[in-house]
Design a protein around this ligand. Structure first.
Ligand SMILES: [Zn+2]
Ligand SMILES: [Zn+2]
Length: 274
């Protein structure tokens, strides 16, 4: 069989997998963003006094975010299919049998994907904030000044493509099992939904811990949506700390939001006692 016929045959073999790949990505977004939305925006929940911004996002914003997120899932599906296509020709370092490298390696590789993505995201994010790229790549995401759980995948197709490139990057660097990808990508959407949820859920003492303070909180990314020029990090604040882009008021704002909650609770207790 000549090369062209092989390409066509491989593409045809992948075709039945298209709905499955789309659904895995879509459901991951829909379930986590949906649960967060129902809990935080529909029900009365314990984080009500932990609202980061006083402003409330409007239903028209949710609808727009949802439509852009469907577009992002379509882009992710296209990139995944392209990677799978080249995998059939021996490109990329996937492996199928977990025993080949063991469970320890699988979990470590999932963590390594997140570490690489954290670095990749920081720099691509900063790049997208340059005058040259902002309008085409990143403007859509920043139209949500008061983010909501639905903002998680609300990107322009160009930005979605840039984020999706993390897949071919990691599978070029080291052997990756599909389960490691699923673990890291599930963590990614959970973190992403929480970071855009509009409410702070981390405990009050979190930033006073010398190590935990480098983990990104919901307030951190929410402040990025409000102020644009600071807090570019995804999972950690390490790169923002190193490159001096952490918002000078970050810790103060976090403390204020979490303190208000405790004050609110004690106020409720006091009222209940009277
Ligand atoms: Zn965001
Ligand atoms: Zn941004």
């Amino acid at each position: 069989m000549n090369e062209q016929c092989q390409w066509i045959q491989t593409a045809l073999e992948l075709l039945p997998h298209v709905p499955k790949i789309f659904l895995i990505d879509f459901l991951r977004y829909f379930v986590f963003a949906g649960v967060a939305f129902v809990v935080l925006y529909v029900w009365k929940h314990p984080f009500q006094s932990r609202k980061i911004q006083a402003k409330q996002a409007q239903p028209s914003q949710f609808r727009k975010e949802f439509i852009y997120s469907i577009s992002s899932v379509t882009v992710y599906t296209a990139v995944t299919l392209t990677v799978l296509f080249f995998r059939k020709f021996g490109y990329f370092r996937f492996y199928d049998n977990i025993q080949e490298h063991g469970w320890g390696y699988l979990l470590l590789s999932a963590l390594l994907i997140l570490v690489i993505q954290d670095f990749y995201f920081y720099w691509t994010h900063r790049l997208m904030h340059t005058r040259l790229l902002f309008k085409v790549f990143h403007k859509v995401h920043h139209e949500s000044v008061t983010p909501s759980p639905w903002t998680a995948y609300s990107f322009s197709p160009g930005e979605a493509f840039l984020h999706a490139l993390i897949l071919p990057i990691v599978v070029s660097l080291f052997p990756v099992h599909t389960l490691a990808l699923l673990i890291s990508m599930t963590f990614q959407i959970v973190r992403n939904v929480l970071g855009h949820s509009g409410y702070e859920m981390f405990p009050r003492w979190f930033l006073s811990n010398r190590i935990l303070k480098y983990i990104n909180t919901n307030t951190n990314h929410d402040m990025h949506h409000q102020f644009f020029r600071y807090n570019f990090g995804l999972y950690t604040t390490i790169w923002d700390e190193i490159f001096g882009t952490i918002h000078p008021e970050y810790e103060k704002t976090f403390n204020k939001i979490t303190e208000e909650k405790d004050a609110g609770v004690s106020e409720e207790i006091k009222l209940g006692a009277n």
